[in-house]
Design a binder for this molecule. Structure first.
Ligand SMILES: NC(=O)c1ccc[n+]([C@@H]2O[C@H](COP(=O)([O-])OP(=O)(O)OC[C@H]3O[C@@H](n4cnc5c(N)ncnc54)[C@H](OP(=O)(O)O)[C@@H]3O)[C@@H](O)[C@H]2O)c1
Length: 263
């Protein structure tokens, strides 16, 4: 790998994480891929010349062990992409209580444990960097972090928490040489989130994008030192703004959307 910058990507075995790892590798990053499905990670890592580690991000001890192994090999980590995440379709009143807990553990706390565990590596990269920002944390949040979508209430709550984590970490690390980028995609067609088949709203289905589009925007935003992006900007940024300025109009729209019965 020579002197390649090192990126750690969680949830890299499919979807947005995999697509971003491929694009980072194409730009010369050495990628360390984390997730739970070893066969998938091995396949992606072998295709992009990276490496992989099994890691359930909800398990704090496991995250600490994996980070210690990765940092022993790569003391400087130039980029941490907190992308691992899971859906929780169904309302707060219907879904299993275990799912309400699990989605918080994975989508919100998973990123918290990863930032804490990889911080020494990010700090090393920041010290070695020549510009104002030598290392990057990228938090893959969601438009669901700004708008409560009732058919996935527990998921939206996990993403609201993750957004608060991301913004507060950005403020905390300002001036440290570690930049924090918050990414808010709208609906993206992936294995865990097969939006074309689950969304009941034909209008919403028209705005589903592919993971490669999100990956391209992430890499571009890292290179430009951006702090928050919504992907795609239209219509999702307007939806986030409407939540703030026209909450009752948005609530009526959200009531009319939802998931197809039986999915
Ligand atoms: N698709 C959308 O519409 C959409 C929109 C906005 C935001 N997002 C967010 O984007 C991120 C990526 O999702 P995606 O759409 O690309 O879905 P995906 O293809 O299902 O990818 C999810 C990734 O997370 C990993 N993962 C799940 N639970 C994990 C755990 N406990 N520990 C470690 N890895 C775990 C999965 O790998 P393993 O199963 O191998 O562990 C997989 O690599 C998530 O945070 C999601 O909330 C998605």
């Amino acid at each position: 790998m020579g002197g390649a910058r090192v990126a750690v990507i969680t949830g890299a075995s499919s979807g947005i994480g995999e697509a971003t790892a491929r694009q980072l590798a194409a730009r010369g990053w050495h990628c360390v891929l984390l997730a739970r499905r070893g066969d998938r990670l091995e396949q992606v890592a072998s295709e992009i010349g990276g490496e992989w580690e099994l890691c359930d991000v909800a398990d704090r001890e496991q995250v600490n062990e994996v980070a210690a192994r990765v940092l022993a090999k790569h003391p400087a980590v130039g980029l941490l992409l907190n992308n691992a995440g899971m859906p929780a379709r169904g309302s707060f009143l219907e879904i299993d209580p275990e799912l309400i807990e699990r989605v918080i553990d994975v989508n919100y706390l998973g990123g918290v444990w990863c930032v804490r565990a990889f911080l020494p590596g990010l700090q090393s990269a920041a010290r070695a960097g020549s510009g104002a920002v030598g290392a990057h944390v990228v938090n893959l949040v969601s438009v669901a972090g700004t708008v409560a979508f009732a058919p996935a209430g527990a998921y939206a709550a996990s993403k609201h928490a993750q957004l608060a984590f991301s913004r507060s970490t950005a403020a905390l690390l300002r001036g440290s040489g570690i930049g924090v980028l918050t990414v808010m995609p709208g609906f993206v067609e992936t294995e865990g989130f097969p939006q074309h088949s689950v969304l009941s709203s034909r209008i919403l289905r028209r705005f589903v994008v592919e993971p490669e589009e999100v990956a391209t925007k992430i890499v571009d935003a890292v290179e430009r030192g951006k702090r928050e992006i919504t992907v795609p900007w239209f219509p999702y940024r307007l939806i986030s703004i409407a939540q703030v300025v026209l909450p009752s109009v948005l609530a009526r729209f959200a009531d009319a959307s939802g998931y197809r019965k039986g999915v």
